[in-house]
Design a protein around this ligand. Structure first.
Ligand SMILES: [Zn+2]
Length: 68
C-alpha cells in the first residue's frame, strides 16, 4: 500500500507516481491533484483541489473572492 502521508513524501518522485501529479488535496479528502488542473489553490506549499476545499481546510464557511 502506498504511503499517502503528504508530510513524509518530500519532493515529488517521478519514479513512484505519475509525472504530472502535484500532490494530494490538503483538506483531508485525499483527492489527487495533477499539474494543469483548473482551479487548484496553493497555500504555504499545500495544494487544494479548489477554493471550496481550501475554505473547508481553513475553517471558513466561504470566501469573499470569486473563483472559477
Ligand atoms: Zn479536498
Amino acid at each position: 500500500m502506498p504511503n499517502l502521508d503528504r508530510f513524509s513524501q518530500g519532493l515529488p518522485d517521478p519514479q513512484d507516481k505519475p509525472l504530472d501529479m502535484v500532490g494530494v488535496c490538503g483538506c483531508g479528502c485525499r483527492e489527487r491533484i495533477y499539474f494543469g488542473d483548473k482551479g487548484v489553490w496553493r497555500d504555504d506549499g499545500v495544494y487544494y483541489v479548489n477554493g471550496d476545499h481550501y475554505a473547508k481546510a481553513s475553517g471558513a464557511e466561504g470566501m469573499d473572492v470569486e473563483w472559477s
